[in-house]
Write a protein that binds this ligand. Structure first.
Ligand SMILES: O=C(O)CCC(=O)C(=O)O
Ligand SMILES: [Fe+2]
Length: 361
C-alpha cells in the first residue's frame, strides 16, 4: 500500500485540446491513470443554461411530495423516475438523498423471452408540464449536451491512452443507446433524523459506465474522492465546471489502466440548506459481452499497483460475462422496491433483497 497519493483534483481546460493538444493529452493521461477524477472547464455548455437547469432542479424537489410520487420509479421497470429520500442503498446503508433519474425517451423493446437488459430501456416518467413549464425540455437538452461532451471526452481519453480517437466509442457505445442522468438533492444534516447519519451517498464506484459528468449545482461541500492510499479528498464545487470520473466499465475495457475511483457524498453541514447535483452517466453498451481493448505496452506499464477502496465490488465478474445482466442487478440492488416489483425472480436468485449487498452509481 502506498502512503501518499493525490491530495487534490486537477482542472483540465477543454479549450486546450484545440490550442495545445499534446499538453492536454498529457494532463488527461495523468488524471486517468493516477487519479480517476478531474474537473473540466471550457466545455461550451453555457452558464445561462446551467443556471436555468439548477432552477428547474430546485423547482422539481420543491413540488409537493404527492406530485413527485406520481413519477416514482416504482411505476417503471426502467428505474427511471423519482426516489424518495432514504429509498436507496449504497454499500449496505441507506442514502440520505432524493433523486430523479431521467434519460432520452425511448420505446421499450423488451417482451417476455428477450434479454432482461432490454427492460431497462424505455420512456422517462415526467411530471405534469403545467407544474413545471420547461422542465422536460431543459432536462432533455442537458442530456443531449452532456452526451456530446462525454463523447468528446471519450475520444480524448482514447487518444490519451495511445488509441485512435474513435476506438472506444466504435466498440463500446451504440449510437442510439440510452444513457442515464439524475437530479439529486442532499438535505443538510439539521434536516435529518440524527439516527440517519450523514451518508448522502455511500462509498462507491460508478458501475458499468464509461465516464460520469457531474455538475455541482450549488456551492456546498459534500463530494469526496478516496485517493489510492485510502484518504478522503474534497472535490469542492467550481463554477461552470463538470467533475468527470471514470466508471468501472471503462476501467475494465482499458485493462485497468484508467481507474474507477471510489467517491461518496456527505450531507451538508447544518444551516447551509440542501446541496444539488446533476450527474450524466455515459454507459457502455449492455447488449453483448465486451472484450477489453488492446492498449500499448508503454501505457500499460504505468498502471498503479494497489488501490485502497471502501467501495464494494459486487457482481464485477457478472459484468465481464454479461454487462446487461450486471446493469439490471445493480439497479435492483440500489432500488429494492422496484426490484421486488419487476424483477423478483432475479433478485431472489442473486440474493439481493434479503442479503443487502452494496452497489454504486
Ligand atoms: O452528487 C454527487 O456529487 C455525486 C453523485 C454520485 O456519485 C452518483 O450518483 O454516482
Ligand atoms: Fe458516483
Amino acid at each position: 500500500m502506498t502512503t501518499t497519493d493525490f491530495t487534490s483534483i486537477p482542472v483540465l481546460d477543454l479549450a486546450k485540446a484545440s490550442s495545445d493538444k499534446a499538453a492536454f493529452l498529457a494532463e488527461l493521461q495523468l488524471a486517468l491513470i493516477h487519479i480517476g477524477f478531474f474537473y473540466i472547464k471550457g466545455h461550451g455548455i453555457t452558464p445561462e443554461f446551467l443556471d436555468n437547469l439548477t432552477k428547474q432542479t430546485v423547482g422539481f424537489f420543491d413540488l409537493p411530495l404527492d406530485d413527485k410520487l406520481k413519477t416514482d420509479k416504482i411505476h417503471s421497470p426502467t428505474f427511471l423516475g423519482y426516489s424518495v429520500q432514504g429509498n436507496e442503498i449504497t454499500n449496505d446503508r441507506k442514502d440520505n438523498r432524493e433523486q430523479f433519474d431521467f434519460a432520452n425517451d425511448q420505446l421499450t423493446t423488451w417482451t417476455e423471452g428477450r434479454h432482461i437488459h432490454e427492460r431497462l430501456t424505455g420512456p422517462s416518467l415526467w411530471p405534469d408540464e403545467n407544474l413545471l413549464p420547461g422542465f422536460h425540455q431543459s432536462l432533455l437538452s442537458f442530456y443531449n449536451q452532456a452526451q456530446d461532451l462525454a463523447e468528446t471526452l471519450t475520444r480524448l481519453v482514447a487518444e490519451a491512452l495511445g488509441l485512435e480517437p474513435n476506438a472506444l466509442l466504435d466498440q463500446y457505445v451504440l449510437p442510439n443507446m440510452q444513457h442515464r442522468a439524475k437530479l439529486i438533492k442532499y438535505p443538510a444534516i439539521d434536516q435529518l433524523d440524527p439516527r440517519d447519519g450523514t451518508q448522502g451517498v455511500g462509498p462507491h464506484r460508478d458501475t458499468g459506465s464509461l465516464l460520469t459528468l457531474l455538475y455541482q449545482a450549488n456551492d456546498l461541500p459534500g463530494l469526496q474522492v478516496q485517493n489510492h492510499a485510502g484518504a478522503w479528498i474534497d472535490a469542492p464545487a467550481k463554477p461552470n465546471t463538470f467533475v468527470v470520473n471514470i466508471g468501472t466499465g471503462l476501467e475494465y475495457l482499458v485493462q485497468n489502466v484508467a481507474i474507477a475511483t471510489t467517491h461518496r457524498v456527505l450531507n451538508p453541514p447544518p444551516g447551509r440548506g440542501p446541496r444539488y447535483s446533476i450527474p450524466f452517466f455515459l454507459r457502455s453498451r449492455i447488449d453483448k459481452k465486451l472484450t477489453p481493448i488492446d492498449i500499448p505496452q508503454r501505457i500499460l506499464d504505468q498502471r498503479p499497483r494497489t488501490v485502497v477502496t471502501d467501495s464494494g465490488h459486487q457482481f464485477s465478474q457478472v459484468y465481464q460475462n454479461d454487462p446487461g445482466l450486471y446493469a439490471v442487478l445493480n439497479r435492483i440492488s440500489s432500488h429494492r422496491d422496484v426490484g421486488a416489483r419487476f424483477y423478483a425472480q432475479l433478485a431472489q436468485e442473486y440474493g439481493i433483497i434479503t442479503s443487502a449487498p452494496s452497489t454504486g452509481y
